[in-house]
Write a protein that binds this ligand. Structure first.
Ligand code: HEM
Length: 215
């Protein structure tokens, strides 16, 4: 008779379900940022749209300040510590990705995380340089720096969106929908316990109030 103590231990796979992974402030941050960056970009060339360009530019800076703080104190998948990985890990991920073997991540994947950091850095650079030239008295090199940062930001956004689509295709999941609903297929222990909806409402009200105050 076979000895049951020698039988291989098969760990049961925890069941997956649609669970909450992106809190409301992260989602509000993301879509307000998309709106503000797109609006600032579209209104950049005309004097007539200057109010929108500057107001939306300052909005991106407010959003950056929020995201910096939320990266330290926010919910699990929003924290920098949850997704920022060293270059060696990112490189290993890139190699797996090239062979279409990149593992799925419930939060940002190691490569996407670096794109997120680049987007945050370039948005901040574009916003700060725009702020410094807003009075019209700034040296030419600063205006050029603003344009350069903005162009680099647009190029990085293009890479970001392609990366989101590619990753979604590879793992047969809709990441854009997840950024809207906050939900992804995952195990219960990967879920976040609270949505922080109240803070999301405060963010929307603060931005609307800011736009109103700038009239
Ligand atoms: C329509 C265009 C866009 C789509 C469809 C899109 C979609 C997404 C998705 C699905 C994620 C989550 C990625 C993941 O699951 O790891 C994400 C994250 C992010 N996106 Fe976009 N994005 C768009 C445009 C932008 C723009 C214009 C910016 C501006 C800089 C931006 C900045 C970010 C940032 C900073 C994050 C990280 C969110 C966080 O952790 O707080 N995205 N985006």
């Amino acid at each position: 008779m076979s000895d049951p103590s020698n039988a291989p231990v098969v760990k049961p796979t925890p069941p997956e379900a649609e669970v909450l992974v992106w809190d409301v402030p992260v989602r509000v941050f993301h879509w307000l940022l998309v709106f503000s960056v797109a609006g600032a970009w579209l209104s950049a060339e005309s004097e007539r749209w200057r109010w929108w360009h500057e107001t939306l530019g300052y909005t991106t800076l407010g959003l950056m300040a929020f995201r910096f703080v939320w990266g330290w104190v926010g919910s699990r998948h929003a924290r920098f510590a949850d997704f920022v990985r060293p270059p060696s890990v990112v490189w290993a991920y890139v190699l797996k990705m090239l062979r279409l073997r990149a593992p799925r991540h419930v939060g940002h994947n190691p490569l996407g995380a670096w794109a997120v950091l680049a987007l945050i850095a370039l948005t901040t650079l574009t916003g700060v340089s725009g702020w410094l030239i807003a009075d019209g008295d700034a040296p030419g090199w600063l205006e050029e720096a603003h344009e350069l940062a903005a162009n680099a930001l647009i190029a990085t956004i293009a890479v970001h969106v392609l990366g989101v689509l590619f990753s979604g295709w590879l793992h047969r999941e809709n990441l854009v929908r997840a950024m809207l609903t906050g939900r992804k297929r995952a195990t219960a222990d990967q879920a976040i316990p609270a949505a922080w909806a109240g803070l999301g409402v405060v963010m929307v009200v603060a931005v609307l109030w800011f736009w109103w105050s700038q009239r």
